[in-house]
Ligand binder design. Structure first.
Ligand SMILES: Cc1cc2nc3c(=O)[nH]c(=O)nc-3n(C[C@H](O)[C@H](O)[C@H](O)COP(=O)(O)OP(=O)(O)OC[C@H]3O[C@@H](n4cnc5c(N)ncnc54)[C@H](O)[C@@H]3O)c2cc1C
Length: 322
């Protein structure tokens, strides 16, 4: 049996380990934290959104980004201090703008396939992750944002995703708790929400049942490959140990760039910081007052998600901080 090491126990590493074990590989997963999903996969926006597949590599994002540099409460913040990583990442960002249309179509396809796997695995393994299949509503305050969303919808449709334009009245009948004035919205019935942390923890337990060796609290110091075998070097308090495998998958989130570089691969992931808060809805009045349909405000880049009955999450802001 071929052996595979997976570095990283977020949603990507855990589902990769699970899928590899299902295909008959002998899998070992290394995660530096004591549990799965303690970094980016801890408390994200909760959206399972194919409708958010529009890639950001569009000139309008760049123009907005420059304007937002002058605003303290901007949804996208870029620290102007230059670093080699930041410059190379922005150069690649701009170089991929000509592929904006095709990348958006491909991302929509990928998102549709990903959510099919996600729900199929959760059902097969009995993972309860407070999912709600009530759709995602994109909201727009002006014609410009709404018209842009119309052209994005055409690309999403080419990727196989249906979403429909809705009037402010329809928006309020879809989500009666919605307040404020809007020009219009786009509603994607097939989208949903769920708790990424609960999902990943549940899938980690499922992977262990399939035979994956999950080594929690194991920090990978180095990775190497001689073209035949991969070596994972673990850092302990006063020593390191080497572990050998037939293959290696790096799923280390923002740590992937440095690890992949040790293998001669270029994975130009730039760390972007975001924020989320989770509100516990402890009584019936609070539960009735909070939206159940997930909302996405494209202008402020804020998302809301209902997690089960009694939690409501709000997430947003992208800070290219370092
Ligand atoms: C504020 C915010 C809101 C978001 N909202 C949404 C949303 O609504 N919907 C959506 O689909 N996506 C959303 N995202 C994005 C999504 O959460 C991430 O894409 C996803 O969690 C990334 O998972 P990952 O497994 O790739 O990385 P991570 O979850 O970061 O996992 C990487 C793991 O690798 C481990 N690791 C790193 N280096 C090492 C090492 N040397 N040794 C051992 N272990 C190591 C880390 O400890 C970590 O556990 C959001 C992100 C943010 C920040």
């Amino acid at each position: 049996m071929q052996s595979v090491a997976v570095v990283g126990g977020g949603i990507t590493g855990v589902t990769t380990a699970y899928a590899l074990a299902q295909r008959g590989f002998s899998v070992t997963l290394f995660e530096r934290h004591r549990y799965a999903a303690m970094d980016t996969s801890f408390a994200n926006g909760g959206q399972l959104s194919a409708s958010n597949a529009e890639v950001w590599t569009h000139w309008s994002t760049l123009v907005k980004g420059i304007k937002w540099m002058l605003k303290n409460d901007a949804p996208l913040l870029v620290n102007p201090k230059p670093t080699w990583h930041k410059i190379s990442w922005f150069a690649e960002f701009m170089a991929s703008m000509p592929q904006y249309r095709q990348n958006t179509i491909d991302t929509a396809r990928l998102a549709i396939a990903a959510r099919q796997h996600l729900f199929a695995w959760a059902e097969a393994e009995g993972v309860d992750f407070d999912a709600r299949k009530e759709g995602i509503l994109h909201i727009y305050r002006d014609k410009k944002g709404f018209d842009h969303a119309g052209s994005v919808s055409q690309l999403l449709a080419q990727g196989g995703l249906e979403r429909r334009a809705v009037t402010p009245e329809e928006m309020r009948s879809i989500e009666p708790t919605l307040a404020g004035q809007y020009y219009g919205g786009y509603f994607t019935e097939s989208d949903s929400t769920g708790d990424i942390h609960k999902f990943t923890q549940g899938m980690a337990a499922a992977a262990e049942r399939l035979g994956v060796r999950c080594l929690w609290g194991s920090e990978v110091a180095r990775v190497a490959s001689d073209g035949q075998r991969a070596t994972v070097t673990l850092r302990h308090t006063d020593q390191t140990t080497d572990h050998h495998f037939d293959a290696l998958v790096v799923c280390a989130g923002v740590g992937s760039r440095a690890l992949a570089a040790q293998l001669g691969d270029r994975v130009n992931i730039y760390p972007v910081k975001g924020y989320s808060i989770t509100v516990n809805l402890l009584d019936e009045q609070s539960q009735r007052a909070a939206p159940t349909v997930s909302l996405l405000d494209d202008e402020t880049k804020l998302v809301t998600s209902r997690l089960g009955t009694d939690r409501f999450r709000v997430a947003g802001t992208a800070e290219c901080a370092p």
